[in-house]
Design a protein around this ligand. Structure first.
Ligand code: MG
Length: 252
């Protein structure tokens, strides 16, 4: 494993204890001479994520993928990769998406700090799949292509068609020269699914993963941990590290 891309909420973090547990494990990896890159791949915004890392024991990451794959950020120089933002512009128009969803009336907008140039975010409780599809159709009728990502039976993100956690991860892997076989991903909810779909990556599902995620990634056979949150992630990292380091250490 040369890069670990993990969701935060519900995956490595659900309070101080989980942060401390994951931190202890990650520090032990680093001090044992293994130095995989750490990527937090989250729906949270950059500032909010940095604040969480400061305020908890969560280890300092190397990169942040924030806003559900819409922003890629290098922590060492505190810079976003602008090329990624440009890559997302195709077939996208935030204002038009906003207008159509607002006209629809049912979803309620998430607060300003949850929105960015390439992420238009709403709350819609218990949305039926057909109703979601209909809304996407209304947006696409305006000449835009979007991905609608629905998580936790409430959070609805409209993203440019090229943006999601997995596409951003694949782009970053290429940028830093790490092959997908050397990437491990972990998550717990619907917006994590695209990470498992990156070709050749290996996955961890925590025991508390949503059923919809478990079902959508079944064909990729990720490691399904018996424990929830950080304890499950550690279980999965132990599982994935053993075979890789002996079998495919020179692949990339
Ligand atoms: Mg989560």
């Amino acid at each position: 494993m040369r890069l670990f891309s993990t969701d935060i909420d519900g995956t490595i973090y659900d309070g101080p204890e989980s942060a401390a547990l994951f931190s202890k494990y990650w520090t032990s990896l680093r001090s044992a001479g293994s130095t995989p890159l750490l990527v937090y791949n989250t729906g949270r915004a950059i500032d909010e994520t940095k604040r969480l890392v400061e305020e908890t024991d969560l280890p300092e990451p190397d990169f942040l993928i924030c806003g559900v794959g819409t922003v890629i950020h290098q922590v060492s120089d505190s810079e976003n990769f602008e090329e990624w933002g440009e890559h997302l512009e195709q077939d996208w128009n935030f204002d038009l998406v906003w207008e159509v969803v607002e006209e629809h009336g049912e979803p309620r907008p998430q607060p300003d700090h949850c929105q960015n140039r390439h992420k238009c975010s709403w709350y819609w409780d218990n949305a039926e799949p057909e109703n979601l599809e209909r809304l996407v159709g209304l947006i696409e009728a305006r000449g835009i292509r979007v991905q609608a990502i629905y998580s936790s039976n409430r959070d609805l993100d409209f993203l440019p068609v090229r943006a999601n956690k997995g596409n951003a991860l694949a782009w970053l892997g290429e940028r830093v020269g790490i092959g997908n076989e050397a990437i491990v991903v972990a998550g717990d909810s619907g917006n994590d699914a695209s990470m498992y779909e990156v070709e050749a990556v290996r996955g961890i599902l925590v025991a508390n993963a949503e059923l919809a995620l478990v079902e959508s990634v079944r064909k990729i056979s990720p490691y399904h941990a018996s424990q929830p949150c950080a304890a499950g992630v550690i279980e999965g990292l132990d599982y994935h590290r053993r075979p890789i380091e002996s079998a495919s250490g020179n692949e990339v």
